[in-house]
Design a protein. Structure first.
Length: 154
């Protein structure tokens, strides 16, 4: 029985240590005083580390909470397509976008695959390319449906 208790205590200590390390990583990731440079399309933090996840969440929050939507017309980089931040912002804000903004967003989503598979995308992994392309196609379909629902042609 003492062996079972010490095993349980060891497991609790390991879990507490893991939680402390995770919390420290999250705090240090959020401690940066510089906002993410999403407007210029330089979302280059692409891995699934806690730091990069926090950075992408902050960037997304920044885009969707802005009162202006100037970012909709900003040029996007291959990193912004691979990270999914801009595409997810389009998906989130689709009901708030004007018809012109919907058209620009759909054009961007449609061109994401070409950009990802172009010369700039060579440094990305096949998984990053695939995820970015599939997500861009999904967002494009959603934006097309929203545009067809709300915007008159001609």
């Amino acid at each position: 029985m003492p062996f079972a208790i010490s095993r349980r205590a060891l497991a609790c200590r390991a879990a507490a240590l893991a939680a402390t390390v995770a919390a420290a990583a999250l705090v240090s990731a959020c401690a940066s005083s510089e906002p993410p440079q999403v407007a210029s399309g330089s979302m280059s933090c692409l891995d699934d580390s806690p730091h990069c996840i926090a950075q992408r969440q902050t960037a997304l929050r920044h885009l969707v909470t802005r009162s202006d939507r100037h970012w909709v017309r900003d040029r996007a980089s291959v990193d912004s397509y691979a990270s999914g931040v801009r595409l997810f912002a389009f998906k989130t804000k689709k009901k708030d976008l004007t018809c012109d903004e919907l058209q620009a967003a759909r054009r961007e989503a449609d061109s994401a695959d070409v950009v990802l598979r172009g010369p700039e995308g060579r440094r990305l992994t096949p998984a990053q390319l695939s995820r970015g392309s599939m997500f861009a196609a999904e967002v494009s379909r959603e934006l097309s449906r929203e545009q067809a629902r709300r915007c008159r042609r001609g």
